[in-house]
Structures are given as structure tokens and as C-alpha cells.
Ligand binder design. Structure first.
Ligand SMILES: Nc1nc2c(ncn2[C@@H]2O[C@H](COP(=O)(O)OP(=O)(O)OP(=O)(O)O)[C@@H](O)[C@H]2O)c(=O)[nH]1
Ligand SMILES: [K+]
Ligand SMILES: [Mg+2]
Length: 469
């Protein structure tokens, strides 16, 4: 069904505000869910969270008293036979002013796994059921407390590997990303209204129907979408971490560079060409930015069966890389690069390092984009750090990125393609085609915030969250 338009009784199309045409997934959960909200393992405090219509009644039975919303109560949590399971704080929130939009209770007990499990078991005996992964956030989404991009940002914030990723998730959680998607969707709706109206006057040339203004609006929307896509792609890298593969000819110093960047002797270094065979993965943090570095076997013709298998793995890994960190011997970098032949084709980004500059008799001459360095002395490594950090989505300012998931980036790309199609269709005055492309673009944007969402997507999205969130 077309979410942006309705037909009146005479069959004429009219625009229908898309935000209103969105019918929330109407499943209104009637059961009360419970889960341990703090991470597994022992801790000073552990929190059990309840959400749903019976949350307050269950907590009352457990604590032996009624809870006033938004007050901290000291309470003894008792089992069915009156045994004290633990004592702690109980906090109640009344619907709709809670994380999920339902009645919620948080029980803060001692962070002992068996105690917390007993509390959960008691809540279940009193009528709750165990929450599925992500079910609290799913309910928050279903009750309109968060849109989908914000709900995903909650999971991203929890999983953030470093401060920059956390900040980007925070921005998405505060709705900045959603607001930009919504603004763009509104702009597209206006364009759709215009095109649909023009279809009804198909005999007239588009120019007389405000065609120029329409084209200007569309090109504006495309520019906004491109900027949003760039910010989302940067955020996706922050979220997923950059996957950088170190490649180069044997003995160029790849393993030495990995060790220097990781700050520890992870990889075996010898002067024997062909030392590294297996892939060696290392998560490194460069000035607070997390990325995965993979050391690989040196690429060259020949080699024994083990080395050839190593090279096969290296090439395989390179195909999945976001970035190739190419290490060449500074004394003859060109020969090294030639040895890599077509191996670097298709890798989205590369950083070339001319290593072993300590062995040069003269200081290295500027050589294109290549970074002169020495894994042995540490010379030039700052520049390697800076380039890696930039490639990992940190533009220095660190602003402007939103954590984004592959799902969201794909939807933005689909929208961008659709708008390009719409533009091309308008060039040819094919209004029906343009209208259809605009609808596809509009729907793609709606998927990001969850305003237009294929039903099966919802379950898949929330099942990737952790329990208790
Ligand atoms: N002088 C100098 N020697 C280096 C430097 N980097 C690495 N080496 C030496 O070069 C040799 C090869 O280093 P590796 O790190 O094992 O090189 P690799 O590229 O991993 O080699 P393979 O795994 O065999 O492909 C070792 O003897 C290192 O000590 C450097 O910056 N300066
Ligand atoms: K070596
Ligand atoms: Mg090596």
C-alpha cells in the first residue's frame, strides 16, 4: 500500500501526511516481562527489571508493600514462603512515563547471580515471564517511546567499544539522526505531492507546472541525502570498527608494524622471509579509536605449500577488508608494490607505508601518499596512527557521525539510488516513473525510523539486542 497517498471517493489521489499514515504495530503486549538488566557475573549491585501491566503488583507481592512511582523504597524481597531473598531498593515507574512506556519496576539487589536468578524466578512465579533479548526496547518502540533508529542506538551505546562510538550512539539516541531522516522524508513527501499532482495534468509540459522548482527541491533533497549517507557511513565504521589488513611482500616488516601499533610483541618477527603464515587478528585502540588489524603472510610468487595456503588466506582476508595497510621496504618500494600485482584491486581504502627508513642512507624523499616509517625505531608511526584514525571514521572533530547499522546505511543507499532514478525520470518527463521512484525512496527512509517497516524485520532487529534491554 502506498503510505503517502489515499484516494478519495472519486478515485482521485490526495496526499496523506506520511507520519499519520503510519499505523503503529498494534500488538499491545499484555504480559509482564522480567530480566536481569545488569551484566552477567558478580557485582556490587544487580538490577532486575519488570515491565508490563502486572509489574507493580508483582513488586508489591515481592516487597510486601505498595510502591509509590518515582520513589526509592528500601525493601526486603521475599520468596513465597516468606524467606528473605535479599534486601535492596525498589523503584517503580507508572505508564507511560517509563523506558518501555509501560508500568516498570527496577529492583536493585546485591549483584550476586544466584540471588538475582531467584528474584527473577520469584517474579515469574508471581506471573511475569522471562524477557526475550531486546524486548524492553522493542516495547519502548511499540509504545512510541523511541523510534527504531533510537532503539538501535540504545544497543549500540551499550556495545560501544570506545568513547567516540559511544558519543555517536548518544547522538543517534537523542534523535538527531532520526530528525534528519524525518526532515528528508518530509521533503520527499512534498516532492511526491508535486509530482502526483502533475500526473493529473499530464497534457501540460512539466515546466508550466513548476518543474524548475520541483527539480531544485529534488536536487536539494539529494544533496541532503548524500550528506546523511556520509555521516551514517562514518558512524557505521565507528560502530563496527575498521577492518584493516596488513599486506606486503615477505620481510617488509608487516608483523613488526603490527607489534608497533599494538604496543606488544603479538606476532613473530624474524629475518626469514615467509615467517607469518596464519592470519593474526588484533584489536588495537589508537588514541581511543578501536580497529581490527590483521597480519598476513607476505605475498610473493612460489613458496611451499604452507606459505601458499597463508597467501591464500591473506588474499581472502583482503577481499573483506575496509582498508589495506600496505607495507613496503623503503629501500625498494616499487618492486614491492609490483609484487602485489592486482591484489589490492577492489579494497576500498589503502595506506602505504615505506618501512625501514632507518636503513636508508639519506632521509626519505616525499613519495606520493606513502608514509615513511620505521617499525623498529618508531619514526613516522604518528602519521600512520593519524591516517588509520581518519580511516576509522574519526575526522578529528569526531562530530557529525551517528552510529549507524548496515541496515540503515543500506536503506539510505536505496533511497539515494531511488532519488537518482527519479531525477533521471524527470529528465525524460516520465512522471509516473518518477513518482514510483520517489515512493521507493520515501519508503526506504521510513524503514530507518520504523515508520514503514516490513513486519519480519522487527523481530530480526530486536533479537540482536541483549537480554534485559
Ligand atoms: N632496520 C629495520 N628492520 C626492520 C624494520 N621492520 C622490520 N624489520 C626487520 O625486518 C625483518 C622482517 O620483519 P617482519 O616483521 O618479520 O616482516 P614481515 O613482513 O612480517 O615478514 P613475513 O611475515 O615473513 O612476510 C625482521 O628481521 C625485522 O626485525 C625496520 O623498521 N627497520
Ligand atoms: K619475516
Ligand atoms: Mg610477518
Amino acid at each position: 500500500m502506498d503510505p503517502g497517498f489515499r484516494r478519495d471517493d472519486d478515485g482521485r489521489r490526495y496526499a496523506f501526511p506520511w507520519t499519520q499514515s503510519f499505523t503503529a504495530v498494534t500488538a499491545s503486549p499484555t504480559d509482564t516481562i522480567v530480566a536481569i538488566a545488569t551484566p552477567p557475573g558478580a557485582g556490587g549491585v544487580g538490577i532486575v527489571r519488570l515491565s508490563g501491566p502486572a509489574a507493580h503488583a508483582i513488586a508489591q507481592a515481592l516487597c510486601g508493600r505498595a510502591l509509590r512511582p518515582r520513589h526509592a523504597h528500601h525493601a526486603r524481597f521475599r520468596d513465597g514462603d516468606g524467606t528473605i531473598l535479599d534486601d535492596g531498593l525498589a523503584l517503580a515507574f507508572a505508564a507511560p512515563a517509563s523506558y518501555t512506556g509501560e508500568d516498570v519496576v527496577e529492583l536493585q539487589a546485591h549483584g550476586s547471580p544466584p540471588v538475582l536468578q531467584q528474584l527473577v524466578a520469584r517474579c515469574c512465579a508471581l506471573g511475569a515471564r522471562m524477557a526475550r533479548a531486546g524486548e524492553f526496547s522493542e516495547r519502548a518502540y511499540l509504545n512510541g517511546r523511541l523510534d527504531l533508529a533510537q532503539a538501535e542506538a540504545v544497543a549500540d551505546l551499550i556495545a560501544a567499544g570506545d568513547l567516540r562510538a559511544a558519543r555517536a550512539a548518544r547522538r543517534a539516541l537523542e534523535g538527531e539522526f532520526s530528525a534528519r531522516v524525518d526532515a528528508l522524508a518530509d521533503a520527499l513527501l512534498a516532492i511526491r505531492v508535486h509530482v502526483e499532482a502533475a500526473i493529473d495534468f499530464a497534457d501540460e509540459p512539466l515546466d508550466t507546472l513548476g518543474g524548475a522548482a520541483l527539480r531544485a527541491q529534488l536536487s536539494d533533497a539529494r544533496a541532503q541525502l548524500d550528506a546523511l549517507l556520509a555521516a551514517a557511513e562514518r558512524g557505521q565504521k565507528l560502530r563496527d570498527g575498521l577492518h584493516a589488513v596488513i599486506v606486503g611482500p615477505p620481510n617488509a616488516g608487516k608483523s613488526s608494524l603490527l607489534n608497533a601499533l599494538a604496543g606488544s610483541d603479538r606476532a613473530i618477527v624474524t629475518d626469514v622471509a615467509g615467517t607469518t603464515r596464519d592470519l593474526l587478528r588484533e584489536t588495537v585502540r589508537i588514541d581511543g579509536v578501536e580497529l581490527t588489524l590483521v597480519d598476513t603472510a607476505g605475498l610473493r610468487a612460489g613458496g611451499d605449500a604452507i606459505e601458499r595456503e597463508g597467501m591464500r588466506r591473506a588474499r581472502d582476508e583482503l577481499r573483506r577488508a575496509d582498508l589495506a595497510l600496505v607495507v613496503l621496504d623503503a629501500r625498494d618500494p616499487d618492486a614491492g608494490l609490483r609484487a602485489l600485482a592486482g591484489d589490492l584491486d577492489g579494497v576500498p581504502q589503502r595506506i602505504v607505508v615505506h618501512n625501514k627508513i632507518d636503513l636508508l642512507s639519506a632521509p626519505p624523499a616525499a613519495n606520493g601518499d606513502a608514509l615513511p616509517a620505521s617499525a623498529r625505531t618508531g619514526a613516522g608511526l604518528d602519521a600512520v596512527h593519524a591516517r588509520l584514525r581518519a580511516a576509522a571514521g574519526d575526522d578529528g572533530a569526531g562530530e557529525g557521525a551517528f552510529t549507524a547499522r548496515a541496515r540503515q546505511v543500506q536503506a539510505l543507499r536505496r533511497a539515494a539510488t531511488a532519488l537518482a532514478d527519479a531525477d533521471a525520470a524527470l529528465d525524460r518527463e516520465r512522471l509516473e516513473l518518477a513518482a514510483e521512484a520517489l515512493r521507493i525512496g520515501h519508503d526506504a527512509l521510513g524503514e530507518i525510523t520504523g515508520r514503514t517497516l516490513p513486519d519480519d524485520l522487527l523481530g530480526r532487529i530486536f533479537s540482536t539486542f541483549c537480554i534485559g534491554k
